[in-house]
Design a protein around this ligand. Structure first.
Ligand SMILES: [Zn+2]
Length: 322
């Protein structure tokens, strides 16, 4: 499309300051069952969220919702998985303008939230979202693009502001090929490869062990608690002394998703991504391979298989346990 960069950017700026559409009104009032489910998943055991007696004796005088649930009160349910069925709004229009120019990728980069007060059961939350800023064109590791910042103001049924959220995404042109993919001998572009994990001072050792065919789990040098992924300090005792143990590679699928979309170059789709409870007690996220995807299930016993996923990279994958 023969749109100059200036015309394109001027078109983008027309969206700045616009409300994306009518306020999004929560499908359910703030309610105790959803609060309880959230607390279970987050392992938040603060009794003011779930124990009526304890909550009554607290400064709140009754059950309140965890502030971090703010956005959940206005989220659509499963409809969110089918954006093409959603009504058009200014945010989707803006993304369509980007898509037309080849900026088809989108990745969330930041989210800031602020809470004015605790919400209580029976309140109805709505959110009004404004496209607040669109950056200049930026070059990033995943491609060139623009940062879009939206601000959502949350109110209750009386119009009282209860919090806000600033959400930032990068809308980008996916690179034609990852930087790590060398050209083939015939000069043709090489097939895209999987993203490379950054190897830093804190996690490089772990990847080196994978290259050697061992899955290690970091172990605190003071209190002995295991931790994964690798990081510099123990979350239990704050010691920076550590060693590691070699995992048996035996585990059980705690949760999983079969990913179909969006296709990322270098990966075969659909692909099974699983959260695996290792028998040592730590968890790892990996792909399940070596079986039909519809065999993958929660509770499935799996075992480690460190495999080359391309010429250069080994990954700790998991197969059904024998
Ligand atoms: Zn420790």
């Amino acid at each position: 499309m023969a749109t100059s960069k200036e015309e394109f950017e001027a078109r983008l700026q027309e969206f700045v300051g616009l409300e994306i559409g009518a306020p999004e009104v929560g499908a359910d009032l703030v309610n105790e069952p959803m609060i309880r489910h959230w607390c279970e998943v987050m392992e938040d055991r603060n009794p003011v969220y779930t124990d009526p007696a304890a909550a009554k004796d607290s400064v709140h005088g009754g059950i309140v919702a965890p502030p971090t649930m703010l956005q959940t009160w206005i989220l659509d349910g499963f409809d969110m998985a089918t954006p093409e069925k959603q009504p058009m709004n200014k945010q989707r229009e803006l993304h369509a303008v980007f898509n037309e120019q080849g900026y088809t990728g989108v990745v969330a980069t930041n989210c800031d939230q602020s809470y004015d007060r605790y919400l209580t059961p029976g309140e109805q939350v709505s959110g009004t979202t404004v496209i607040e800023t669109i950056s200049e064109e930026k070059a990033t590791a995943i491609g060139i693009g623009y940062f879009i910042e939206t601000r959502t103001t949350f109110r209750n049924q009386d119009g009282e502001q209860v919090g806000w959220m600033v959400f930032r995404v990068l809308k980008f042109k996916p690179s034609a090929q990852p930087a790590a993919a060398p050209a083939g001998d015939d000069g043709a572009p090489a097939a895209p490869v999987r993203l490379r994990a950054p190897r830093t001072h804190d996690n490089g050792w772990w990847w080196n062990k994978i290259d050697e065919g061992e899955l290690h789990i970091q172990k605190c040098g003071e209190c002995g608690v295991l931790r994964h992924p690798p990081r510099p300090m123990c979350g239990e005792c704050r010691s920076i002394e550590w060693t590691s143990i070699i995992s048996t590679g035996k585990g059980v699928i705690n949760s999983y998703v079969i990913m179909h979309h969006p296709p990322i170059p270098g990966y075969g789709f659909p692909i099974a991504c699983a959260l695996i409870d290792l028998e040592e007690g730590t968890r790892i996220i990996s792909n399940v391979v070596g079986c039909d995807l519809d065999e993958v299930h929660i509770g499935m016993k799996v075992s480690l298989s460190i495999e080359n996923v391309d010429d250069e990279m080994k990954l700790p994958l998991f197969k059904p346990a024998q």
